[in-house]
Design a protein around this ligand. Sequence first.
Ligand code: PRP
Ligand code: URA
Length: 252
Amino acid sequence: MANHLNNNERQGLQRAPSQLVGPDYKSSEERPEATVSTAIQQKNVVILPQTPQLIALLTMIRDKNTNRADFIFYSNRINRLLVEEALNHLPVHPHTITTPVGRTYAGVKFEGKICGVSIMRAGEAMEQALRECCRSVRIGKILIQRDEETSKPRLFYDKLPEDVKDRWVLLLDPMLATGGSALMAVDVLRSKGVPEERILFLNLIASPEGAANFSKKYPRLRIVTAFVDEGLDEKNYIVPGLGDFGDRFYTL
Ligand code: PRP
Ligand code: URA
């Protein structure tokens, strides 16, 4: 019987959905089928629209033959999309201005202060995109490392803006695998008084398990991710994933 199962089913993973990708003016025969994000039930998880551009960028960084310079460049581009989307989840208030031709325009302005918090090391790779969108943004750091044998996170260090509890926090980590590291980072933020609903977790690739663990413990915290993958392998790496993000961005 087991022989009739495909690889995913054998490992208990969901089959990844696929979709025709390409501009609408092309016929369906001319649009290739590509793997897109798994849909998940958790309402607090926002998945970026699976556009041709995003799928092409993800294809670059998932490829094991992509060199470090390209990996940095293309992951930065996705990080930028994540930051732009996350900013849509911040509240705004009315702001009417006068244009140079003397007319008024009823616009909006962001309400409240923000800061970034990166989970070191890989989360630091997302800081550039945040700085490009929010000049001189304050950025706190939390050093959490996942034990390579047990996959359990260990907290080594945190340094956060003094008034972090009064800010919206954009928490940065590209990989959400078991969820252990990010949950530990949220515990640190909570211990400093940051309300759950004022945290936005920006993430490049999530596993369905990690997203579910997160939503169960912190249902009011929003996750903005580019892609929910199929699952985790026996070493708790995300599959198909992209390997070790920190190694590929910094040292490989
Ligand atoms: C990676 C990644 C996350 C964590 C995800 O970091 O950047 O922080 O693993 O795994 P989890 O969801 O199972 O906790 P890692 O500890 O390998 O350190 P690095 O940032 O130095 O690469
Ligand atoms: N950390 C990574 O960098 N990649 C994974 O797949 C899991 C944890």
